[in-house]
Design a protein around this ligand. Structure first.
Ligand code: ADP
Length: 392
């Protein structure tokens, strides 16, 4: 059975087609600059990568071309073979703790939750509607980034602010990257053949979050009301004292939106290093001895260490620490520095295994009190799995 996994952004649309239940990727691709000049798409199929420049006035046109390519490459002979389309949806608020088939109510909820995710939820709706029009027979499923974190208890998801901010304005911790955190929790359970595990997962990509997971359920996560909370990231500040905002506004004449924009797009590794939000660019500067770049990396390590230590206590111990996403999967020295800072918990890095990690790899010694793994994340397959489960 064929299923699509889709991530629609405001000007982009990423997709993967799967043969289920084998979870075999048949074709994948990205449409970029939708609604803008210079739009194009890339498709990966049969080991080839093809790029085509084409006018993409809207998401519907992107979906139309996508289906044309599915036919063109004989991924399907007829569009009715696509039984389900799973959509990544950033914000499900406190309404959705699981994936759901999309109906009018779900669409309405996603729309209403746009107030909490103004950049993402409206784009998801446009994407969902385009697929509903072009592949009307397929079951459309919403897979929420926030869903996995809905098991966090009230004493951890509330901010210590006037209670009515929560009851009236939905101010609380939601957490994001939930699909990735769940994927890692599932993989660890499978690798270790145990469900009773205390896991601290570090999803460190451009965005980053750390989650505490007990017996497969999330009990805390570092992102908050928005993805800007928690650890510092590529360009996001992470946790700050919010009263610095009016101070910066008064001193610079910036508006609140401009300051919030800087906290999201000009802070984090970029803000401190002055080099880039991309970790690889910062590493190049570190090699040259750039002090700001070194400081940025040091702070990044400390932020992650702080959250791991906090969650070690919250979980009352920890069996496994996992690293995933761009930086977590690829940067051995970064992982080593984080784990060495945690030696007080009896963690011992297996330097060779860590340096040579490729795919799912245990990177601690057999005498380490806590195991650490590198586990490549796969949010797309989670979306395909949830979608497939509804069709069944
Ligand atoms: P996102 O999905 O949040 O956009 P990714 O998970 O793709 O981000 O991670 C992107 C980050 O991973 C970038 O900062 C990039 O520099 C970093 N990264 C990717 N490959 C490597 C590598 N080999 N070494 C160090 N950092 C890497």
């Amino acid at each position: 059975m064929k299923v699509l996994s889709v991530n629609a952004g405001s000007s982009s649309l990423k997709f993967q087609a799967y043969e289920m239940p084998e979870e075999k990727v048949l074709i994948s691709g990205t449409f970029e600059r939708i609604g803008l000049d210079g739009s194009f798409y890339t498709v990966k199929v049969n080991g080839e990568k093809i790029k085509k420049e084409v006018s993409l006035p809207n998401h519907k046109e992107a979906v139309r071309i996508l289906t044309e390519e599915l036919l063109n490459y004989h991924v399907v002979e007829d569009l009715t073979e696509i039984k389900g389309v799973g959509h990544r949806v950033v914000h499900g608020g406190d309404i959705y703790s699981h994936s759901v088939p999309i109906d009018e109510k779900v669409l309405h909820d996603i729309d209403e939750l746009s107030a909490l995710a103004p950049l993402h939820n409206p784009a998801h709706i446009v994407g969902i509607k385009a697929f509903q029009t072009i592949i009307p027979n397929a079951v459309q499923v919403a897979v929420f980034d926030t869903a996995f974190h809905q098991t966090i208890e009230k004493d951890r998801f509330l901010y210590p602010v006037p209670y009515e901010w929560y009851t009236k304005y939905r101010v609380r911790k939601y957490g994001f990257h939930g699909t990735s955190h769940k994927y890692i929790a599932d993989r660890v359970a499978s690798i270790m053949n145990r469900n009773d595990l205390k896991i601290i997962n570090c999803h460190i990509g451009n965005g980053g979050s750390v989650s505490a997971i007990k017996n497969g359920k999330c009990i805390d996560t570092s992102m908050g009301f928005t993805p800007n909370a928690g650890i510092m990231m590529g360009s996001r500040s992470g946790d700050i004292d919010v009263t610095l905002v009016p101070h910066v506004m008064k001193n610079t004449g910036m508006t609140i939106d401009e300051v919030v924009n800087d906290l999201n797009k000009k802070s984090g590794l970029l803000g401190i290093s002055g080099v880039s939000s991309d970790f690889r660019d910062v590493l190049v500067e570190i090699e040259k001895g750039n002090g700001q770049a070194i400081l940025g990396r040091t702070m990044y390590v400390e932020h992650i260490v702080d959250y791991i230590a906090k969650y070690y206590v919250e979980l009352n111990g920890c069996d496994v620490i996992t690293f995933t996403a761009g930086v977590g999967e690829n940067n051995a020295d970064f992982r080593k520095d984080i784990l060495n800072r945690l030696s007080i918990f009896g963690i011992e890095v297996d330097e060779e295994a860590n340096a040579n990690a490729d795919g799912e790899t245990l990177i601690t010694t057999s005498s380490s009190k806590v195991a650490a793994y590198v586990i490549p994340t796969d949010e797309e397959v989670m979306i395909a799995r949830d979608t497939f489960s509804f069709i069944q």
